[in-house]
Design a protein. Structure first.
Length: 154
């Protein structure tokens, strides 16, 4: 049994929280958008069943505490705008990978920086991680800009 619990985190404008089955439509809206999936290693979703499957996998991960998978919600409206994951944990060297996506309507407002900063703070301080890695397409300039601002090095 791992100990990578997904808690509720709050920032000035966002709530990071576990996904629930009622998030399926909002999650589908994010991951069915070709702009969001442009540099993702999968095709855009074409059916809400993909969202339901992803939520089922998240619920399994919560049960085993094997991965941290946040839904990212706007604090004011409660709209689910994306996800942030800490996954691929290696307990022995206390490292993991970071994954994230926001719906394109919410890009360029600093939300990714705000959400990732809270998730990394949780990872380094509460989970006592030693290293977090992000694997990005080199053409994904927005993603690279966010990571560099957060202190990641190539
Ligand atoms: C990557 C992503 C999460 C960034 O979200 P965001 O909320 O727009 O990020 P922020 O607003 O916090 O910061 C974006 C930064 O990138 C910069 N940026 C945005 N588009 C850019 C582009 N095409 N070229 C260069 N920089 C760009 C912005 O100017 C901003 O930097 P600044 O604040 O210094 O000006 C979002 O674009 C996304 O979900 N993309 C699709 C999924 C994805 O690619 N995920 C990452 C997989 S590794």
């Amino acid at each position: 049994m791992s100990n990578y619990v997904t808690p509720i985190l709050t920032t000035d404008r966002l709530t990071l929280r576990p996904l629930t089955r009622s998030d399926a439509d909002d999650l589908y809206a994010v991951f069915s958008d070709p702009a969001v999936m442009r540099y993702w290693s999968a095709e855009p979703w074409t059916s809400v069943a993909s969202a339901e499957k992803a939520i089922s996998q998240a619920l399994d991960a919560y049960r085993d505490a094997s991965e941290v998978r946040f839904g990212v919600e706007l604090a004011q409206s409660g709209i689910l705008v994306g996800t942030v994951n800490l996954h691929h944990f290696f307990g022995q060297n206390r490292r993991c990978e970071l994954g994230y996506a926001l719906g394109s309507a919410w890009w360029g407002k600093g939300y990714a920086t705000e959400a990732l900063s809270a998730a990394l703070d949780y990872g380094f301080h509460e989970l006592r991680l030693n290293r977090v890695e992000a694997d990005i397409d080199p053409r994904n300039a927005a993603s690279a800009a966010v990571l560099e601002r957060l202190g990641f090095r190539k």
